[in-house]
Design a protein around this ligand. Structure first.
Ligand code: FAD
Ligand code: MLT
Ligand code: ZN
Length: 476
């Protein structure tokens, strides 16, 4: 029996012909790539676990070019895989078979920035880190931050509704994205690129495309509400003896730091071992079973410093925290953050990694890791937990020396049933892509999934946009 994450059979899309290539070359001269060496990196995902066999990579620069490509592909019944920075973790960003890769990499212009409202409009292919640098020069920041910021693009962030390290403070992209421009499967351009905080004129169509993983349209431009750059930032790295104490620290922190708390992230001692072993990163404090990264950002360093000091004293007095270090200057802040941000990278050196991205009531998030360790015994090389405590989101990762079907059979459906029993989500922030599409029913009722199918059929009747992704195979 094939695994539910394995690709279904190729659907009867057309194959790219020489005439098709002639058309693409006319629309995108010098930007229609067919050299297999150049296509290699677009065919393989970041984790190197999913590989497609596309023979064409298209690199449009304008919305009009995207529109011409999709209109043509739709009329020819050619499947298309929208691709941003290709940092997705669920196999959604690469073709499964020979889908044409439509990359937004050259759509990388900032369009407008309003320094009164803090509203930025830009093309979808802008790299997140470049947008952050652009904004920081103007005393603003992006409302989201991810470990993949150097490669991921804002269009990909919106298409996955990425969460990341700042969600606790600035909320999800569903709130901070104010407008979108999207090219639909048949080439129509949907211009909802508004720059308004409030707009209740009818249905909020942009929400359909946020988190739609390239299956409903190609996002070509976005408008984002950006916060002011905080004047004072502090980061603390703390160690806790138990997860219970970590949760108490979180509660205390929310109460005592209040409006200046901007992140509360965690990693366990297994993550620390991987950072030490594979990336030669040393623990900045003494060894503990759990570590937290807390960030404060505010407008008054004296006020923020005092609040933080009071919180740390209280946490120590109450014995919630075993050890810790504080950073106020930029280089140490970055170094402490990298202990959390580079866990994903460290895991890739450990072996084949099975990734689970689960959200739950916050007090239960680590129980999943503990139960999985007990459940797997010595079948796994390592079972690690890290994630976004503030968002009730744990990243459970299980590694093995190589791909191991017996190990997968032990993890799944155990992990999904465990999550569903507690009304959690089987994909908190990474999406479903290819790998998780058939597990959607663990977190969504069948009526909701059927309605998603209706929406897909309305917006993309031929199903050319990112086939085999997000929606389950049994959806007809
Ligand atoms: P891609 O990987 O290229 O594509 C992702 C999906 O979006 C695909 O389905 C693709 O078809 C679709 N897509 C891309 N661009 C468009 C577009 N313009 N229009 C329509 N569809 C499009 N994710 C989090 O949520 N939180 C994290 O903290 C986080 N940290 C990460 C850390 C590391 C080290 C890595 C490798 C990944 C991390 N991710 C995280 C996952 C990933 O970076 C995000 O999902 C990111 O938003 C993907 O952006 P991308 O540009 O790379 O998109
Ligand atoms: C993270 O929070 O580090 C990311 O979501 C990536 C991952 O899950 O590995
Ligand atoms: Zn995450």
């Amino acid at each position: 029996k094939p695994s539910p994450s394995a690709a279904p059979e190729r659907l009867p899309f057309s194959r790219v012909t020489l005439q098709d290539l002639d058309f693409f070359r006319k629309v995108l001269p010098g930007r229609t790539i067919t050299d297999p060496d150049l296509l290699e990196s677009s065919n393989v995902d970041w984790l190197k676990t999913v590989r497609g066999s596309s023979e064409v990579l298209l690199r449009p620069q304008t919305t009009e070019e995207v529109s011409q490509i999709l209109s043509y592909c739709n009329s020819r019944n050619l499947a298309v895989n929208p691709q941003g920075g290709n940092t997705g973790l669920v196999g959604g960003s690469v073709p499964v078979y020979d889908e044409i890769v439509l990359s937004t990499a050259l759509m990388n212009n900032v369009l407008t920035f309003d320094s009164i409202s803090g509203i930025l409009t830009c093309q979808a292919g802008c790299v997140l880190e470049n947008l952050s640098l652009y904004l920081e020069e103007r005393d603003f920041i992006m409302p989201l931050d991810l470990g993949s910021k150097g490669s991921c693009q804002i269009g990909g962030n919106v298409a996955t509704n990425a969460g990341g390290l700042r969600l606790l403070r600035y909320g999800s992209l569903r709130g901070t994205i104010l407008g979108l421009e999207v090219v639909l499967a048949d080439g129509r351009v949907l211009d909802c690129l508004t720059k308004l905080r409030k707009d209740n004129t009818g249905y909020d169509l942009k929400q359909l495309f946020i988190g739609s993983e390239g299956t409903l349209g190609v996002i070509t431009a976005v408008s984002v509400l950006c916060p002011r750059k905080p004047k004072s930032v502090n980061v603390v790295f703390l160690g806790c003896e138990t997860f219970e104490q970590l949760l108490q620290t979180f509660q205390l922190c929310r109460g005592m730091l209040g409006e200046i708390l901007s992140a509360f992230e965690f990693l366990d001692s297994e993550c620390m071992r991987l950072l030490n072993t594979h990336l030669k990163m040393s623990n900045p404090i003494s060894d503990c079973p759990f570590y937290v990264v807390i960030e404060t950002s505010g407008s008054d360093s004296t006020h923020d410093g005092e609040k933080l000091q009071n919180f740390l004293e209280e946490a120590m007095n109450l014995s919630m925290v075993a050890d810790g270090t504080v950073a106020t200057e930029d280089s140490k802040i970055k170094a402490l953050w990298s202990m959390r941000e580079r866990v994903t990278e460290a895991l890739t050196h450990e072996g084949y990694t099975y990734k689970y991205d689960i959200s739950l009531p916050v007090e239960q998030i680590y129980q999943l890791v503990t139960d999985m360790r007990t459940h797997l015994g010595d079948q796994a090389k390592s079972v690690v937990g890290y994630g976004h405590v503030g968002d009730g989101n744990v990243h459970l990762n299980v590694t093995s020396p190589a791909k191991d079907p017996a190990l997968v059979a032990a993890i799944e459906p155990f992990v999904y049933e465990w999550t569903a029993k507690r009304q959690g989500s089987v994909s908190a922030e990474h999406g479903l892509g290819l790998k998780k599409r058939n597990y959607i029913y663990y977190s969504k009722p069948s009526q909701a999934v059927a309605l998603m199918g209706n929406i897909k059929a309305m917006l993309d009747p031929k199903g050319i946009l990112n086939p085999y992704k997000t929606l389950p195979d049994d959806l007809k």
